[in-house]
Design a binder for this molecule. Structure first.
Ligand code: PHB
Length: 398
């Protein structure tokens, strides 16, 4: 459910036309009324369930970017319409459709879960509403289903996982097992890792799955213990990731078999995971301690405003805000100039806390992927696993 009252566009234009007619009669600029209308942003994110914390961090980062820019574009303020998508793919198209047809949002922003985002992609393609994806890595959104009005400020599921394959193979690791939730994001992350690992000489000997968002890891950990691989690569995030790291430690696997993953495993959860996370290495397009003035300022401001440490999700939300601002500035807040609005976003250079990045042709960030290690309460950057990595965007014709 949207938290705002439905907006009756026809009634609005009837009133606007009447006001404009009167304004014209007494020779006031009739444009002023339209410029006062707010820019309507539909935020569709999870605020309940295993990804709830991710949705909150994205929202915080997004709003912070817009506030830092003064909150007004061409004299127009921003109005938010917020939907909890519950990370539930079966409700995704209805939720996105309500934002577009009932609330008449100018821009859709969302979401976290790959299955849910595909519902948003469908509605964005059908309605032409611009969509900015601040997390969900579904390859198709900037692959086979890419479109001029669809942009992503995060990653594809392939992107942070692929470089870890070579990192492990270069250490002489030959035999790996993979473990993930069986849905788009997990499947694509494992594919990415496997591609990098096998190209560099490794072999994935077993692929283990459990349904999303189950955390019944025990039988799978028993199986891993009996296979005794050199390494296990996983995709998990949020509360599920915390449970995996704790169960891994409790099962006595910590220190015996190397546990690696896309960096979502350890991002934003280090307080909750405690020493179960210590020493875990991951690859991701962000790391807490990136030594740039931009990252330091961002972290300071975020912590001050929200009394929370920022994480990769906060950064992606912030960058979604920066991208939108680049578009809005180009059209002075007039999003009806859609061609110029989209063109400005496509060529924007985003000065991100993760490091500056630009959009690929398919509208996904070209970005460095860092190798990180959990040291205390920090995802410490150990180096760059792959510089300026672009997703292959298989199937994108644009
Ligand atoms: C996804 O479903 O695409 C997804 C969810 C959580 C993450 C990363 C990707 O941390």
């Amino acid at each position: 459910m949207s938290k705002k009252q439905p907006f009756d566009r026809r009634a609005f234009f009837r009133t606007a036309a009447a006001v404009a007619a009167v304004a014209g009669a007494i020779s006031l600029p009739s444009l002023a009324f339209a410029q006062d209308a707010k820019i309507k942003i539909g935020l569709m994110l999870p605020y309940t369930g295993t990804y709830a914390q991710l949705g909150v961090a994205i929202t915080n980062g997004f709003k912070m970017a817009l506030e830092e820019a003064g909150g007004k574009f061409g004299g127009r303020e921003v109005e938010y319409f917020t939907v909890d998508d519950e990370s539930n793919p079966s409700k995704a198209t209805d939720n996105a459709n309500a934002l577009v047809t009932r609330d008449k949002v100018d821009v859709l922003v969302g979401t976290v879960h790959s299955g849910v985002v595909m519902g948003m992609v469908k509605i964005a393609r059908e309605s032409g509403t611009p969509l900015i994806i601040p997390n969900a890595g579904a390859g198709a959104a900037t692959g086979a289903q890419c479109a001029p009005n669809i942009f992503r400020t995060s990653f594809t599921n392939w992107q942070p996982a692929y470089p870890m394959g070579k990192v492990l193979a270069d250490r002489g690791i030959k035999k790996a097992v993979t473990l993930t939730w069986k849905y788009g994001a997990g499947i694509e992350a494992i594919e990415g890792f496997k591609e990098g690992f096998t190209k560099a000489g490794g072999t994935v000997v077993k692929e283990l799955f459990l349904p999303f968002p189950s955390v019944e890891f025990q039988p799978l950990l028993t199986e891993i213990a009996s296979i005794k691989p050199d390494a296990v690569f996983v995709f998990f995030a949020g509360g599920g990731g915390v449970k995996l790291m704790k169960d891994w430690q409790a099962a006595g696997l910590k220190g015996k078999i190397g546990l690696y993953g896309s960096g979502f495993l350890t991002d934003g959860v280090l307080d909750a995971a405690g020493d179960a996370a210590e020493g875990i290495e991951t690859t991701l397009h962000y790391g807490d301690g990136i030594e740039t003035p931009k990252n330091k300022t961002f972290r300071l401001n975020y912590a001050k405003e929200f009394k929370l440490q920022p994480d990769v999700y906060a950064v992606q939300g912030y960058d979604a805000g920066l991208l939108l601002i680049a578009g809005l500035k180009a059209v002075k807040g007039d999003v009806s100039k859609q061609k110029e609005f989209l063109a400005a976003m496509a060529k924007a250079k985003i000065d991100s806390p993760r490091g500056a990045w630009t959009m690929s042709k398919a509208h996904n960030p070209i970005q460095d992927v860092y190798l990180r290690k959990v040291v205390g309460k920090e995802n410490k950057v150990m180096g760059v696993a792959q510089k300026a990595l672009a997703d292959p965007a298989r199937g994108c014709k644009m």
